[in-house]
Design a protein around this ligand. Structure first.
Ligand code: BGC
Length: 306
Protein backbone atom coordinates (compact mmCIF):
# COMPACT_ATOMS: atom_id res chain seq x y z
CA UNK A 1 0.00 0.00 0.00
CA UNK A 2 1.19 3.51 -0.82
CA UNK A 3 2.59 5.01 2.43
CA UNK A 4 0.36 8.10 2.37
CA UNK A 5 -2.72 5.91 2.14
CA UNK A 6 -1.43 3.69 4.90
CA UNK A 7 -0.69 6.46 7.36
CA UNK A 8 -4.00 8.32 6.86
CA UNK A 9 -5.89 5.13 7.28
CA UNK A 10 -4.00 3.85 10.30
CA UNK A 11 -4.39 7.20 12.08
CA UNK A 12 -8.16 6.88 11.81
CA UNK A 13 -8.06 3.25 12.85
CA UNK A 14 -6.08 3.86 16.05
CA UNK A 15 -9.15 4.59 18.13
CA UNK A 16 -12.33 2.87 17.13
CA UNK A 17 -15.43 5.08 17.39
CA UNK A 18 -18.38 3.41 15.64
CA UNK A 19 -18.25 0.47 18.05
CA UNK A 20 -18.45 2.74 21.10
CA UNK A 21 -21.94 4.14 20.43
CA UNK A 22 -24.58 4.28 23.14
CA UNK A 23 -26.55 1.20 22.09
CA UNK A 24 -25.57 -2.08 20.50
CA UNK A 25 -27.02 -2.29 16.95
CA UNK A 26 -30.01 -4.50 16.07
CA UNK A 27 -31.31 -4.54 19.67
CA UNK A 28 -33.96 -1.80 19.46
CA UNK A 29 -31.81 0.23 21.81
CA UNK A 30 -32.30 -2.35 24.55
CA UNK A 31 -28.60 -3.15 25.00
CA UNK A 32 -26.42 -0.29 26.22
CA UNK A 33 -22.67 -0.17 25.89
CA UNK A 34 -20.58 1.09 28.78
CA UNK A 35 -19.30 4.44 27.53
CA UNK A 36 -15.55 4.13 27.03
CA UNK A 37 -13.67 7.45 26.90
CA UNK A 38 -10.86 7.72 24.30
CA UNK A 39 -8.12 7.47 26.91
CA UNK A 40 -9.56 4.23 28.34
CA UNK A 41 -9.80 2.39 25.01
CA UNK A 42 -6.38 0.66 25.25
CA UNK A 43 -6.40 -2.44 27.44
CA UNK A 44 -3.12 -1.46 29.08
CA UNK A 45 -4.81 1.58 30.67
CA UNK A 46 -6.03 0.46 34.12
CA UNK A 47 -9.80 0.57 34.65
CA UNK A 48 -10.64 -1.61 37.65
CA UNK A 49 -14.41 -0.88 37.57
CA UNK A 50 -14.78 -1.75 33.86
CA UNK A 51 -17.46 -4.43 33.74
CA UNK A 52 -19.59 -3.99 30.62
CA UNK A 53 -22.78 -5.87 29.88
CA UNK A 54 -22.39 -9.32 28.33
CA UNK A 55 -24.50 -9.73 25.19
CA UNK A 56 -24.69 -12.38 22.51
CA UNK A 57 -27.71 -12.25 20.16
CA UNK A 58 -30.35 -14.91 21.03
CA UNK A 59 -30.08 -16.70 17.65
CA UNK A 60 -26.40 -17.40 18.40
CA UNK A 61 -27.18 -19.09 21.69
CA UNK A 62 -28.63 -22.27 20.14
CA UNK A 63 -26.94 -25.62 20.61
CA UNK A 64 -24.04 -26.42 18.28
CA UNK A 65 -26.08 -28.67 15.96
CA UNK A 66 -28.63 -25.91 15.31
CA UNK A 67 -26.16 -23.12 14.63
CA UNK A 68 -25.45 -21.83 11.11
CA UNK A 69 -21.95 -22.69 9.82
CA UNK A 70 -20.79 -19.07 10.16
CA UNK A 71 -21.27 -19.11 13.95
CA UNK A 72 -19.34 -20.50 16.93
CA UNK A 73 -21.08 -22.03 19.94
CA UNK A 74 -21.42 -19.72 22.93
CA UNK A 75 -19.42 -22.18 25.07
CA UNK A 76 -16.96 -24.54 23.54
CA UNK A 77 -17.28 -27.13 26.33
CA UNK A 78 -14.42 -29.59 25.98
CA UNK A 79 -13.49 -28.44 22.46
CA UNK A 80 -10.59 -26.01 22.36
CA UNK A 81 -10.68 -23.60 19.46
CA UNK A 82 -7.30 -22.86 17.92
CA UNK A 83 -7.02 -19.15 18.56
CA UNK A 84 -4.61 -17.23 16.32
CA UNK A 85 -4.58 -20.11 13.84
CA UNK A 86 -6.51 -21.64 10.97
CA UNK A 87 -8.84 -23.94 12.91
CA UNK A 88 -9.94 -26.72 10.51
CA UNK A 89 -11.71 -24.49 7.92
CA UNK A 90 -12.19 -21.40 10.10
CA UNK A 91 -9.58 -18.65 9.92
CA UNK A 92 -9.09 -17.46 13.51
CA UNK A 93 -5.95 -15.52 12.63
CA UNK A 94 -6.02 -11.75 12.78
CA UNK A 95 -4.51 -9.44 10.15
CA UNK A 96 -3.38 -7.37 13.15
CA UNK A 97 -0.95 -9.94 14.54
CA UNK A 98 -1.37 -12.14 17.59
CA UNK A 99 -4.36 -11.18 19.74
CA UNK A 100 -4.60 -11.89 23.45
CA UNK A 101 -6.86 -14.56 24.86
CA UNK A 102 -8.14 -13.48 28.25
CA UNK A 103 -10.12 -15.92 30.43
CA UNK A 104 -10.56 -18.14 27.38
CA UNK A 105 -11.97 -15.36 25.23
CA UNK A 106 -10.14 -13.44 22.48
CA UNK A 107 -9.61 -9.76 23.22
CA UNK A 108 -10.32 -7.03 20.69
CA UNK A 109 -6.85 -5.88 19.52
CA UNK A 110 -8.04 -2.26 19.20
CA UNK A 111 -9.20 -2.07 22.81
CA UNK A 112 -12.40 -1.70 24.82
CA UNK A 113 -15.81 -1.33 23.16
CA UNK A 114 -18.09 -1.24 26.22
CA UNK A 115 -19.67 -4.66 25.58
CA UNK A 116 -18.60 -8.25 26.22
CA UNK A 117 -19.74 -11.37 24.36
CA UNK A 118 -20.16 -11.67 20.59
CA UNK A 119 -23.09 -9.30 20.06
CA UNK A 120 -24.46 -10.33 16.66
CA UNK A 121 -21.13 -11.55 15.26
CA UNK A 122 -20.79 -15.25 14.63
CA UNK A 123 -17.19 -15.85 15.64
CA UNK A 124 -15.32 -15.23 18.84
CA UNK A 125 -12.25 -13.21 17.79
CA UNK A 126 -11.85 -12.03 14.20
CA UNK A 127 -14.79 -12.26 11.80
CA UNK A 128 -13.38 -12.00 8.28
CA UNK A 129 -14.93 -10.09 5.39
CA UNK A 130 -13.77 -9.01 1.93
CA UNK A 131 -14.67 -5.79 0.09
CA UNK A 132 -14.36 -5.27 -3.68
CA UNK A 133 -14.12 -1.56 -4.50
CA UNK A 134 -14.88 -1.40 -8.20
CA UNK A 135 -14.16 1.99 -9.75
CA UNK A 136 -14.28 3.78 -13.09
CA UNK A 137 -13.78 7.39 -14.21
CA UNK A 138 -16.90 9.51 -14.58
CA UNK A 139 -17.20 10.37 -18.25
CA UNK A 140 -19.42 12.26 -20.66
CA UNK A 141 -19.51 12.39 -24.44
CA UNK A 142 -17.73 15.43 -25.83
CA UNK A 143 -18.87 17.39 -28.90
CA UNK A 144 -16.85 15.12 -31.19
CA UNK A 145 -18.64 12.06 -29.75
CA UNK A 146 -15.59 10.83 -27.85
CA UNK A 147 -15.92 10.34 -24.11
CA UNK A 148 -13.91 12.50 -21.77
CA UNK A 149 -13.26 12.23 -18.05
CA UNK A 150 -15.18 14.79 -16.01
CA UNK A 151 -13.40 16.88 -13.40
CA UNK A 152 -14.75 18.37 -10.20
CA UNK A 153 -15.71 22.06 -10.32
CA UNK A 154 -13.92 22.93 -7.09
CA UNK A 155 -10.81 20.75 -7.16
CA UNK A 156 -10.44 20.30 -10.94
CA UNK A 157 -9.55 16.70 -10.21
CA UNK A 158 -10.98 13.79 -12.19
CA UNK A 159 -14.05 12.21 -10.66
CA UNK A 160 -14.04 8.52 -9.79
CA UNK A 161 -17.19 6.45 -9.41
CA UNK A 162 -17.57 3.24 -7.41
CA UNK A 163 -20.12 0.46 -7.31
CA UNK A 164 -22.28 1.06 -4.24
CA UNK A 165 -25.03 -1.10 -2.83
CA UNK A 166 -27.75 -0.27 -0.34
CA UNK A 167 -27.60 -2.84 2.46
CA UNK A 168 -30.93 -4.47 3.28
CA UNK A 169 -29.97 -4.99 6.95
CA UNK A 170 -29.44 -1.36 7.94
CA UNK A 171 -30.39 0.68 4.86
CA UNK A 172 -26.90 2.22 4.63
CA UNK A 173 -24.93 2.58 1.41
CA UNK A 174 -21.84 0.40 1.26
CA UNK A 175 -19.25 -1.40 -0.82
CA UNK A 176 -20.71 -4.75 -1.99
CA UNK A 177 -18.60 -6.82 0.40
CA UNK A 178 -19.44 -9.71 2.65
CA UNK A 179 -18.27 -12.38 5.03
CA UNK A 180 -15.69 -15.00 4.09
CA UNK A 181 -17.46 -18.39 4.25
CA UNK A 182 -15.86 -21.30 6.16
CA UNK A 183 -13.13 -22.82 3.99
CA UNK A 184 -13.32 -19.99 1.44
CA UNK A 185 -10.31 -17.83 0.58
CA UNK A 186 -10.90 -14.10 0.66
CA UNK A 187 -10.13 -13.65 -3.06
CA UNK A 188 -13.07 -15.91 -3.87
CA UNK A 189 -15.24 -13.92 -1.44
CA UNK A 190 -14.46 -10.68 -3.30
CA UNK A 191 -15.72 -12.16 -6.55
CA UNK A 192 -18.70 -14.03 -5.06
CA UNK A 193 -20.02 -11.03 -3.13
CA UNK A 194 -19.71 -8.74 -6.14
CA UNK A 195 -21.52 -11.25 -8.35
CA UNK A 196 -24.29 -11.74 -5.79
CA UNK A 197 -24.88 -8.19 -4.57
CA UNK A 198 -24.04 -6.00 -7.56
CA UNK A 199 -24.96 -8.37 -10.42
CA UNK A 200 -27.67 -10.57 -8.89
CA UNK A 201 -26.00 -13.72 -10.18
CA UNK A 202 -28.11 -15.97 -7.94
CA UNK A 203 -31.25 -15.01 -9.83
CA UNK A 204 -29.73 -15.13 -13.28
CA UNK A 205 -31.18 -18.41 -14.47
CA UNK A 206 -30.05 -18.48 -18.12
CA UNK A 207 -26.94 -20.68 -18.03
CA UNK A 208 -25.14 -18.93 -20.89
CA UNK A 209 -25.77 -15.44 -19.50
CA UNK A 210 -24.63 -16.58 -16.07
CA UNK A 211 -21.44 -18.10 -17.43
CA UNK A 212 -20.63 -15.01 -19.45
CA UNK A 213 -21.15 -12.70 -16.43
CA UNK A 214 -18.95 -14.88 -14.19
CA UNK A 215 -16.21 -15.09 -16.84
CA UNK A 216 -16.26 -11.37 -17.53
CA UNK A 217 -15.98 -10.38 -13.85
CA UNK A 218 -13.43 -13.10 -13.00
CA UNK A 219 -11.21 -11.88 -15.84
CA UNK A 220 -11.55 -8.32 -14.60
CA UNK A 221 -10.82 -9.21 -10.95
CA UNK A 222 -7.79 -11.34 -11.91
CA UNK A 223 -6.11 -8.57 -13.90
CA UNK A 224 -3.21 -7.51 -11.69
CA UNK A 225 -2.74 -4.31 -13.68
CA UNK A 226 -6.00 -2.93 -12.29
CA UNK A 227 -5.99 -4.51 -8.82
CA UNK A 228 -4.68 -2.79 -5.69
CA UNK A 229 -4.85 -3.78 -2.03
CA UNK A 230 -6.34 -0.88 -0.02
CA UNK A 231 -6.73 -2.37 3.46
CA UNK A 232 -6.24 -5.61 5.28
CA UNK A 233 -7.04 -5.48 8.96
CA UNK A 234 -9.41 -4.27 11.64
CA UNK A 235 -12.61 -2.40 10.78
CA UNK A 236 -14.37 0.05 13.08
CA UNK A 237 -17.69 -1.74 12.69
CA UNK A 238 -20.67 -0.92 14.98
CA UNK A 239 -21.08 -4.66 15.71
CA UNK A 240 -17.62 -5.09 17.28
CA UNK A 241 -17.35 -6.10 20.91
CA UNK A 242 -14.56 -6.72 23.39
CA UNK A 243 -14.39 -10.36 22.25
CA UNK A 244 -15.51 -10.37 18.60
CA UNK A 245 -14.62 -7.96 15.82
CA UNK A 246 -14.67 -7.42 12.06
CA UNK A 247 -11.61 -7.52 9.85
CA UNK A 248 -11.57 -7.15 6.10
CA UNK A 249 -9.40 -7.11 3.03
CA UNK A 250 -10.44 -4.35 0.66
CA UNK A 251 -9.20 -4.38 -2.94
CA UNK A 252 -9.68 -1.73 -5.56
CA UNK A 253 -10.44 -3.00 -9.08
CA UNK A 254 -10.24 -0.03 -11.42
CA UNK A 255 -11.60 0.05 -14.95
CA UNK A 256 -8.82 1.84 -16.76
CA UNK A 257 -10.51 2.76 -20.01
CA UNK A 258 -12.54 5.90 -20.52
CA UNK A 259 -15.15 3.72 -22.10
CA UNK A 260 -15.79 1.63 -19.02
CA UNK A 261 -18.78 -0.23 -20.45
CA UNK A 262 -16.51 -2.92 -21.90
CA UNK A 263 -15.31 -4.32 -18.61
CA UNK A 264 -18.41 -5.12 -16.59
CA UNK A 265 -22.02 -6.20 -17.13
CA UNK A 266 -24.83 -3.80 -16.07
CA UNK A 267 -25.46 -3.58 -12.35
CA UNK A 268 -28.43 -5.37 -10.79
CA UNK A 269 -28.91 -5.65 -7.03
CA UNK A 270 -29.29 -9.08 -5.45
CA UNK A 271 -28.79 -11.07 -2.25
CA UNK A 272 -28.26 -8.70 0.75
CA UNK A 273 -28.43 -5.60 -1.47
CA UNK A 274 -31.60 -3.61 -2.17
CA UNK A 275 -29.96 -1.37 -4.82
CA UNK A 276 -26.72 -1.35 -6.83
CA UNK A 277 -25.54 1.82 -8.58
CA UNK A 278 -22.45 3.76 -9.65
CA UNK A 279 -21.81 6.65 -7.22
CA UNK A 280 -19.36 9.58 -7.51
CA UNK A 281 -16.57 9.31 -4.93
CA UNK A 282 -16.42 12.35 -2.65
CA UNK A 283 -15.71 13.09 1.02
CA UNK A 284 -19.44 13.63 1.52
CA UNK A 285 -20.20 9.92 0.91
CA UNK A 286 -21.67 8.63 4.13
CA UNK A 287 -21.15 4.89 4.16
CA UNK A 288 -21.34 1.80 6.34
CA UNK A 289 -18.52 1.04 8.85
CA UNK A 290 -15.07 2.12 7.51
CA UNK A 291 -16.10 2.16 3.87
CA UNK A 292 -15.65 5.89 3.28
CA UNK A 293 -12.08 5.60 4.64
CA UNK A 294 -11.43 2.94 2.00
CA UNK A 295 -12.80 5.26 -0.70
CA UNK A 296 -10.58 8.11 0.46
CA UNK A 297 -7.60 5.78 0.14
CA UNK A 298 -8.70 4.82 -3.39
CA UNK A 299 -9.16 8.49 -4.39
CA UNK A 300 -5.62 9.29 -3.18
CA UNK A 301 -4.21 6.26 -4.95
CA UNK A 302 -5.84 7.11 -8.29
CA UNK A 303 -5.26 10.88 -8.04
CA UNK A 304 -9.00 11.55 -8.04
CA UNK A 305 -11.27 14.14 -6.44
CA UNK A 306 -12.15 13.43 -2.81
C1 BGC B 1 -19.57 -6.18 5.26
C2 BGC B 1 -18.26 -5.65 4.72
C3 BGC B 1 -17.62 -4.80 5.80
C4 BGC B 1 -17.44 -5.63 7.04
C5 BGC B 1 -16.83 -4.83 8.14
C6 BGC B 1 -19.32 -6.96 6.52
O1 BGC B 1 -20.57 -7.34 7.03
O2 BGC B 1 -20.23 -6.98 4.31
O3 BGC B 1 -18.54 -4.85 3.60
O4 BGC B 1 -16.39 -4.24 5.40
O5 BGC B 1 -18.69 -6.12 7.47
O6 BGC B 1 -17.55 -3.71 8.49
Amino acid sequence: MNSKIGSNFMKKMQTHVKCRGKFYPRTNESIRRTQVPDDKVPWHVEWAEYSPVMYTAPHLLRTSGELPDWADPEDFGSVHPKWNAVDVNINRKSHMGVYEVHFNKPRNPQGRTGLQGRGCLGRWGPNHAADPIVTRWKTAKGENGASKILTHLKTSMPILQFVAIKRKDCGEWAIPGGMVDPGEDSTSTLLREFLEEALNIEETSAVEERRSIVNQVSRFFRDIAIRQLIHSGYVDDPRNTDNAWMETIAFNFHQPSENADNCLPSLKAGSDAAEAVWVDICHTNSLYASHSDFLEAVAILRGAHW
